[in-house]
Design a protein around this ligand. Structure first.
Ligand code: NAD
Ligand code: DAU
Length: 340
């Protein structure tokens, strides 16, 4: 088989770093170039065990830098685009950061992929572009109309439309995947599961937003990587694939599971004001990915959650330094914003 060079953007982030580990393990003959700006969310500690590999190269830079992106794209066969401002609460505080990276950055990459002979492009998007479900009925399918309800998903929706236009107008072989909430190793402590697990390990309380009834469809990051692999190799240009598991859990129930796994009780829950415009339920119909590409999640939710908790328990070196002054300053601003 032909050996490929992948340009991975945002590879020092949560899903990107898991994807790089996964890909180098599954496709050891391929080369990876990781382009990452190393924002607060980028962390080279997540790539320590691959950094010496001869077929892995890290480049620090911004996906909005046209010269750099064109230079790197010219060396690549496939672009796998993860880089984004990914956190709703941060983007609510400063919406402009999402215009820069999520919209302009995606344009620069698509344009470079087109200029260099229409290279294969996979764009990572989110289920949040579909808006939210207000009841326990129904799922998001690939046909569900877009209806983003806040800044982060609005910027991701713009980037998805842009990617589709590059397919239709310029013939760029683009695929898009819209996935549900990921969890697993190397996820930043700003997100629900790592925040709650590490707070409980430190003997702190966990800030549960609103009434805790909001529902998410949880996807173990390794199962996500396997889905992306299938789409890159066998997906059809111009198509979108939804990725999710139907492991739907309300935040309050997830919190109870985490309390149990960490040996704490309900007195560790701190009820706080709700996130503004908080989406109620996300749920994915992944029939297309399953029937056309044969994907199934390998991990059961409870097993994957236990593995994840164990990972944070044994890797304090990785997350301790993320709980720094900058992080607590952000938490303070977020708290103020939600109480405004
Ligand atoms: P993350 O925040 O952990 O990582 C983002 C990475 O992108 C960081 O390494 C950061 O340094 C880098 N980056 C940011 N701006 C950049 C720029 N201008 N140039 C170069 N690099 C830049 O994000 P994640 O959770 O791994 O999410 C990855 C992708 O998956 C995103 O596109 C996100 O929208 C999507 N997604 C995430 C989830 C989830 O549950 N985490 C679910 C659905 C979709
Ligand atoms: O659905 C996919 C999306 O999942 C991705 O597109 C985003 O990049 C990713 O961050 C995630 O978005 P959420 O907003 O769902 O994730 P977050 O971990 O921030 O929150 C999960 C749920 O937990 C949500 O209902 C809000 C709630 N929450 C979150 C935090 C950080 C709390 O109750 N307390 C908290 O402190």
């Amino acid at each position: 088989m032909h050996h490929k060079t992948l340009l991975v953007t945002g590879g020092a982030g949560f899903i990107g770093s898991n994807f790089i580990h996964y890909w180098l393990e599954e496709h050891p003959e391929d080369r990876i170039i990781n382009l990452d700006k190393l924002t607060y969310a980028g962390n080279l500690d997540s790539l320590r065990d691959v950094e010496e590999k001869p077929n892995y190269r890290f480049v620090k830079g911004d996906i909005c830098d046209k010269n750099l992106v064109n230079h790197l794209v010219s060396d690549a066969d496939v672009i796998v685009h993860f880089a984004a401002e990914s956190h709703n609460d941060r983007v609510n505080l400063d919406p402009e950061i999402a215009i820069h990276t999520n919209i302009i950055g995606t344009h620069v990459l698509l344009d470079a992929a087109h200029r260099h002979g229409n290279k294969r492009f996979h764009h990572i998007s989110t289920d949040e572009v579909f808006g939210h479900l207000e009841t326990e009925e129904g799922f998001f399918s690939e046909e569900t109309p877009y209806n983003p309800r806040s800044f982060y998903p609005a910027s991701k929706a713009a980037s998805d439309y842009w990617a589709r236009a590059y397919f239709k107008i310029k013939g760029l072989p683009v695929t898009i995947s819209n996935c549900s909430n990921n969890f697993g190793p190397y996820q930043h402590v700003e997100k629900l599961i790592p925040l709650f697990v590490t707070n409980l390990m430190e003997g702190k309380k966990v800030p549960l937003y609103g009434d805790g009834s909001n529902i998410r469809d949880w996807l173990y990051v390794i199962d996500h990587c396997r889905a992306i692999d299938l789409i890159i190799r066998r997906g059809k240009a111009g198509e979108t694939y939804n990725i999710g598991t139907n492991y739907e859990v309300a935040n309050v129930d997830l919190t109870m599971k985490l309390l149990e796994l960490l040996g704490r009780d309900e007195s560790s829950i701190k009820r706080v004001k709700d996130r503004k415009g908080h989406d109620w339920r996300y749920a994915i119909d992944a029939t297309k990915l399953k029937s056309e590409l044969g994907w199934e999640p390998e991990y059961r939710f409870n097993e994957a959650l236990e593995r994840t908790v164990d990972w944070y328990k044994t890797n304090e070196w990785w997350w301790k330094k993320l709980k720094n002054d900058e992080f607590y300053e952000y938490c303070r601003k977020n708290y103020q914003e939600n109480n405004r």
